[in-house]
Design a protein. Structure first.
Length: 81
């Protein structure tokens, strides 16, 4: 399993609506409202990295009130002591 992170910019007043819809996606792990240029930071887990584009296109982008996304791929996890 590979973790991916999505930064999501929403329409004003719709952060909770978008987060609730994102939570319905099968590969969903967690979401945070954040400060800065984006409104949400979402963590998803995927089995096949080659299908990330299709996941974003078919399951994330159709959610109403999403204005912009930025995807971060992960390569290796480091654990603290």
């Amino acid at each position: 399993m590979r973790a991916i992170f999505l930064f999501i910019k929403t329409d004003l007043g719709h952060v909770t609506d978008v987060a609730n819809r994102i939570a319905e996606i099968e590969s969903f792990s967690e979401a945070y409202s954040i400060s800065g240029p984006y409104d949400l930071l979402v963590k998803l887990y995927v089995e096949d990295v080659d299908k990330i584009g299709r996941l974003i296109e078919t399951e994330v982008h159709p959610i109403p009130h999403i204005r912009e996304t930025h995807t971060i791929l992960t390569f290796e996890a480091f654990q603290g002591r």
